[in-house]
Design a protein around this ligand. Structure first.
Ligand code: ARG
Length: 585
């Protein structure tokens, strides 16, 4: 593996040395380099520098130019406007750089970061015995993409699926199962669909008893106590709910084409044993105080109605522990045992107050210190085409599987329409890749903290910023590469580049920098936007630069090489977003 310094970084370095050679006070100044339409790059940083140095910006810019060596990398530099530098790179440098990327295989020359830490990503956390909904979809899709992106930069990630598998509702469920044995089929005998329908049936039946029968209610309450104190028989029944639910979760994640590892499913229940200690420590340290029998934490700046402080409840007055206690205990585990340097929570923005209080409590207790960053990547709500929270026509939450099935079905129509030489099996396979890709891309291409409209028609459209558009771009390149047979795509740095080739090439070079920025900012939409632009730049390259009918065999090979690198970059970028790129569409 040989990593490649991006052209941007190389230019940046040369500018930095030119700046410090010009004037001592210019050392370390940011040249503010960016891609530009006028030249390859424009540096705007001299304006601010001139202001500070009380110098004439154009004159200062001209001085910097004198210290900038043109040659292998920079072919031309000129002062423009009030004191900008317009920088043009040598064609040869661009092509050589891209050739080095192609030679580096899947990493495309992207280096691994040096100061890698451990990020625990809390994502894809559905609740036991409950149907998954679109909110869980967002957490899974965003979390999975962020994780792949972080991994690609060299960060070590550990997944945690903090499933809702604990709490008072299990008293009711378990008591019902205790009184009606055999109502849940063994997990090994059901598929995802059956598992969920069994769970739903038991849930409804037990709920009916709970609401109408006070004696049952009392027995259910006792069951919660038995569960929390670890009664063996109670735990066995509880385990049946967990196992049955996992069958269902796995079937949904499989549909989502997402790998979930069993050892990373560590739900609320896993922290049950540590919760009393968490409470004791918080009380001893004075971080939490007793209030009306409950153990709570107060915050000066968190107030609700009538300016009353809103506390975080660590332990309820009846001795029970809840959501906050499990999250606080999980933090101790993740920081101390897993040695996390970053805790990332991909959870609905509506829980952001909860996390603010949990993080602040953990900071006061010293469980989070300056070496650990905690961040809630709070995502927005999925809306229906009408702009209201996504519901069925009857006003119920939409079943996630139904939604995914429908996406795949719509995708099948699109694929079938375009397919000329595909078999039925191939159509089915592509439809899944296109449909699930469409759902993921629509989610990932909007900034996570914004709401987004779930609009299947738009998602599977071939025009516009959709995954299908990108998948087609990829498949089209593959079909060109298949056609050439014995012409090997190979770089020819001696050739002059067409403007459309330069634009494409410079964008290809920016892949690694983009992934690093997007990962650091937890912004998968920046990678999505990059890929969309890549496909657009490729389209205009393809329109303006004949590939197979280029002027010379070297030109053909070099353009095929650009096609090849574009395809590999698209493939890798889409893979980081969790989206497949079929070879044919
Ligand atoms: N199960 C919760 C829900 O469905 C999400 C859990 C989020 N993670 C956490 N550590 N609290 O809303």
């Amino acid at each position: 593996m040989a990593s490649v310094t991006s052209l941007t970084d190389s230019v940046q370095q040369q500018l930095a040395s030119a700046l410090s050679a010009t004037r001592p006070e210019a050392a370390g100044a940011d040249p503010l380099l960016r891609r530009s339409d006028r030249a390859d790059f424009q540096a705007n940083g001299i304006l601010a520098l001139a202001k500070r140095a009380k110098a004439n910006p154009r004159e200062l810019a001209a001085e910097v130019v004198l210290h900038l060596t043109t040659g292998d990398l920079i072919e031309d530099v000129e002062v423009s406007g009030p004191g900008f530098l317009n920088i043009t790179l040598a064609d040869r440098a661009i092509t050589q750089n891209l050739a080095a990327r192609l030679a580096d295989g899947e990493r495309l020359g992207v280096p691994l970061k040096e100061d890698a830490g451990v990020t625990v990503v809390d994502y894809a956390q559905p609740n036991v015995a409950k149907e998954m909904h679109v909110g869980h979809l967002r957490s899974a899709v965003i979390g999975d993409a962020l994780r792949s992106m972080l991994d690609f930069t060299g960060e070590r990630t550990i997944g945690r699926h903090h499933i809702g598998d604990w709490g008072t509702q299990f008293g009711m469920l378990i008591q019902y199962l205790f009184e009606h044995p055999g109502e849940l089929a063994p997990a090994s005998e059901v598929d995802g669909e059956q598992a969920m329908s069994n769970l739903n049936r038991v849930y409804k039946a037990s709920r009916a008893f709970f609401d109408s029968d006070d004696d049952f209610k009392e027995r259910a309450r006792k069951r919660v106590v038995a569960l929390q104190s670890g009664d063996k028989e109670t735990l066995e029944l509880w385990q049946q709910f967990v196992d049955e639910s996992k069958v269902y979760f796995y079937s949904v994640f499989e549909k989502l084409d997402m790998e979930i590892r069993d050892e990373e499913i560590v739900g609320e229940s896993a922290y049950n044993e540590g919760m009393p200690e968490t409470a004791r420590l918080l009380e001893e340290m004075g971080v939490a105080v007793r209030s009306e029998g409950a153990l709570v934490v107060f915050f000066d700046d968190i107030r609700g109605k009538d300016d009353q402080p809103v506390p975080l409840i660590v332990q309820k007055a009846d001795g029970g522990f809840g959501y906050a206690a499990s999250d606080l205990t999980a933090i101790r585990n993740r920081v101390v045992d897993l040695r996390a340097t970053t805790l990332l929570y991909v959870v609905d923005v509506r829980q952001s107050l909860h996390f603010r209080m949990v993080f602040e409590t953990a900071r006061r207790a010293g469980w989070l210190n300056d070496d650990v960053t905690a961040h809630n990547m709070g995502y927005g709500t999925v809306l229906g085409a009408d702009g209201k929270p996504f519901k069925t026509r009857e006003g119920e939450t939409v079943r996630l599987e139904d939604l995914l099935d429908e996406a795949v079905q719509r995708a099948a129509e699109v694929v079938r329409e375009k397919a000329r030489d595909l078999t039925e099996d191939e159509i089915r396979e592509r439809a899944a890749q296109v449909g699930i890709g469409a759902v993921k891309y629509a989610d990932l291409s909007t900034s996570p903290n914004r709401d987004y409209k779930f609009d299947l028609d738009q998602m599977v459209s071939l025009n516009g910023d959709t995954s299908v558009y990108l998948q087609y771009a990829y498949a089209r390149i593959q079909s060109i590469l298949r056609k050439v047979g014995d012409v090997r795509p190979s770089a020819h740095p001696e050739l002059d580049l067409h403007p459309a080739e330069r634009a494409l090439g410079l964008h290809l070079d920016a892949f690694g920098d983009t992934v690093f920025d997007a990962a650091a900012e937890y912004a998968p939409h920046k990678l999505a936007a990059y890929l969309y632009q890549l496909a657009s730049l490729y389209t205009s390259f393809y329109d303006k630069c004949p590939v197979l009918k280029a002027d010379s065999p070297e030109q053909v090979a070099n353009r095929l090489f650009l096609c090849d690198l574009t395809a590999r970059t698209l493939h890798q970028g889409m893979a980081l977003l969790g989206i497949r790129t079929p070879e044919r569409l």
